[in-house]
Write a protein that binds this ligand. Structure first.
Ligand SMILES: [Zn+2]
Length: 305
């Protein structure tokens, strides 16, 4: 059996028979965030940690899992640099840039592909069904002066002098992570029962997705999505539908849409527009709603169907 447990933000535990694979490692969140029911120090079994990118809300905790379980970490050079600084030995690090393939276990491999981060320079609070337009064709200089980005919001809250703001700042400073995303990666986990795609931030190269068919997809749903380097012209629901359709996925699980760092993030991602878009434009895809630590059966067998 192949099962998946959501551990908040874009972190998941994927169990493939006896093999345990963490997808991201961030479970130890700010006190104001709803607890996910598991802490990195309580993880006693893990064979691999696949790191989507180097920001703290993905990477932090991987160093603890690596130390306690001996798990190997697959991630960008930047993710591996941060892990090395936190004491993870080189023997447990598999630095990657996309284009690699690793054996994870009997009949199970993972292919690694380059990806993109969501557009944090133009933060959106829109509901999943609300469309955003514009802000295309900008240089990095022009993007850096667009008001209302994520860094600006975190800074505003952190230096605001409130107790919650101070907690957020202290948390970020204590977490393993990089200010750079390090070059996001996506993963294609190939098992005898089927193929699982994993992404931890809402960005993609459509040409990459078009060439990696997947049966199941874990898709990040947060912020203004990034399509081939430009902010999505449309809604998050439309972006997710495009991804699910391009991959040909029949099962879709969302990540990163929870209230993972209040007051920077807020409650209330609405899955209804995603279901409606799927029904219209990706009718083969079914949305599976995850709850923290509640196992979802991705494939009920380990053999080929
Ligand atoms: Zn990030």
């Amino acid at each position: 059996m192949i099962s998946l447990e959501w551990l908040g933000t874009a972190t998941f535990r994927l169990t493939i028979g006896e093999l345990v694979v963490f997808l991201d490692a961030y479970m130890d969140r700010v006190p104001s965030a709803p607890p996910v029911g598991l802490s990195s120090k309580d993880v006693t079994r893990a064979d691999f940690v696949l790191m989507g990118h180097s920001h703290f809300d993905h990477l932090a905790g991987a160093e603890v899992i690596a130390a306690n379980t001996g798990a190997k970490i697959i991630g960008s050079n930047e993710s591996c640099r941060v892990m090395r600084e936190r004491g993870v030995p080189d023997a447990q690090l598999l630095p990657s840039q996309g284009g690699e393939r690793h054996r994870l276990g009997d009949g199970v491999t993972v292919g690694i592909f380059p990806s993109l981060h969501a557009c944090t320079w133009i933060l959106t609070d829109s509901s999943s069904g609300e469309e955003d337009h514009g802000h295309t064709g900008l240089t990095q200089d022009e993007r850096s002066v667009v008001p209302g980005g994520l860094v600006e919001r975190i800074r505003g809250i952190a230096v605001g002098g409130t107790e919650e703001g101070r907690a957020v700042l202290e948390h970020i400073q204590s977490c393993a992570g990089s200010l750079s995303d390090g070059g996001p990666l996506v993963y294609l986990i190939e098992t005898p029962a089927g193929v699982i795609f994993y992404q931890d931030t809402s960005g993609c190269w459509t040409g990459v997705l078009a060439n990696i068919p997947a049966d199941a997809a874990i898709l990040a749903a947060s912020g203004r999505a990034n399509v081939d380097g430009e902010p999505v012209q449309g809604s998050m629901a439309q972006f997710l539908t495009m991804e699910a359709k391009t991959l040909g996925a029949t099962k879709v699980v969302l990540g990163h849409h929870d209230n993972w760092m209040p007051p920077v993030t807020r409650e209330g991602f609405d899955v209804a527009p995603v279901r409606e878009e799927f029904a219209k434009y990706a009718p083969l895809a079914s949305l599976i709603e995850a709850s923290y630590l509640e196992p979802i059966v991705i494939f009920d067998r380990l053999d080929p169907p």
